[in-house]
Design a binder for this molecule. Sequence first.
Ligand code: ZN
Ligand code: ZN
Ligand code: ZN
Length: 637
Amino acid sequence: MSSLDLSGCKKRKREERTFRFQSFGEKGCPIEFDGSSFIENLKRLLECGQVEGSWGSGFPTWSFQMEISRQPPIYKLLWVVEEDVNALSGRYCKHCLYVGWGENLICNKKYHFLLPFKESNAKEVSLNYGDDDDADHYHPTRPMHGIIHSNGFGHLLCINGVELGSELPGFQIMDFWDRICTGLRARKVSLIDTSLKRGMELRLLHGLAYGEPWFGSWGYKFSRGSFGITPPMYKKAIETLQGIPLLLLTNLSDTIISDHEIPMILSRYQSFSNHSLVTLGDIFHFMSQLEKRIPKDNININIDPISTSGGLPGASCRWSSKRVEMATRVIVDALKKVRYRWISRQEVRDAARAYIGDTGLLDFVLKSLGNHIVGNFLVRRCLNPVTKVLEYSLEDMSKLHPSQDLNIARPSSITRGQVMKDMACLYKFIFGQTCNPNVNNNNNNNTVLAMKRVVLDSKHFIKEYNLEIPSEAEGKVGLFCTVSWKGSSSAHPPYECFMLQENTTVDDLKFKVEATFQELYWGMKGFAAESVVNINGKGADLVLGKVHAGTELIVEGRLGPEMAGEGIYEGSMAMKSKIVECACGAIVDDGERMVTCDICEVWQHTRCVGIPDDEPVPSIFLCKICEARILLSPSLL
Ligand SMILES: [Zn+2]
Ligand SMILES: [Zn+2]
Ligand SMILES: [Zn+2]
């Protein structure tokens, strides 16, 4: 474990560039992101950052000053740390191993992307250097920490939203992370979903409501569960839980005297909804949508249309509600065009004037609009503390509740806190009743608990980015190349994209590929390219003309002599030293707690062999097979 001291970085230079948090990572913000690989884009991005020298960690560090909001002005720094695998005691990445990327070649560099908490608290940001301290994952030490290896495979280690003290909500941080990964051309990114929401497991709660994890909104999909859980098992478990009839809960709660609350909750939400809620999936979906719809902050949000009575009893304004509605839409459109920036009242007025001739109507609507929900948007209004000018901006609420139609009958008659409380109560009733003797011998209940276990054991999610040939390539043609060498496994390292010019020869390509793979991978430092296998030509022959854009080529060569016998794959060490064979079906280390048999040295999950999670691993342990053998031949003792 090493640490990066950020305390000395408080004094920011005045002229330092500031980037908009909301658009950072998009095309042009701050670079075009048109490089053909992750590493190429990253190098260009780092040129825009502030060089911070190597803080305590000893690794090159850059920072980017982000403007989170203008009103009130909030800035945050994004840190990028370049970690050199040669400087590490353990060069293997356990995240790669646990997610099933043990066959990936070890990369030379690993880039950390960090958003620390408020700067005043950011005395130290510690980096986890692949030691065995699993507790560091998802530890609320920072709003965001992700790493990307130089080949574009990465891991999102933590996201901590408002609930854990960040000034930013989790979904905004996720958007930010996803924009960075997309822009830089990350290849695959994994994460472990162990997040909690008010004490409820988010993957269970979100799975019930939406049939996928919370991270599914950004394209993360189930990839691998612990304890041998497979994708079909996960899917089945989610569907079973979602499909549980609410009727069953009502019957169940009747048997428990103290639980009159459950039928009350069920009928409460049924009365809010315009369609009938039949299953557990229905009600969790509805409650979750409702909770998102009710604003978090204390500003007075108006969900009603602008009153044409002018707010004064008896008085009525000069315009029909239809015209007021039309003017409101024009203003919202004008705010949409400036991409959610804050703009002055005058600017909004000027933009809307092109469509509305009646300035009286315009001024009336501008005066009345303020913290109103219009369709899927919240129109915010506030006085710029510096210029003392009234400003407007738009907030996209559809991000908060993706499904358009909420079908809510009376949304204003319940608070967000109440919805959360009811959700937690329902959750606890369904999943937290293992010790209840009244329901323990119930078959349905056993099924629920088994399905819950499956969902909770499904933690690894992966997003695969769609990598096409970058479009900005005047006069160039994109090819995909990889390498192979004597003794290499049939699985090649992933193809890299190369943009070739018309006069590129086979030799040029060969050396380009050699240099690229040498730069990327630790085990390929001494790699010498010999020939391009699947091309009809060599030496000074031109590549283009022989192959078309998008062709996949393999360059064959030799590994450097110093790499003979070295473990060059992320999983080399683990595969050699840790044989896993567990009753649950697991045959590789999935990061769950394990125990090794002192005779045959095979590893098994502590949970699967019956050691409770809150008990320490025994110092001596025999697996079932070895134990049986000993019992059969007592002479061995
Ligand atoms: Zn990794
Ligand atoms: Zn197991
Ligand atoms: Zn054994």
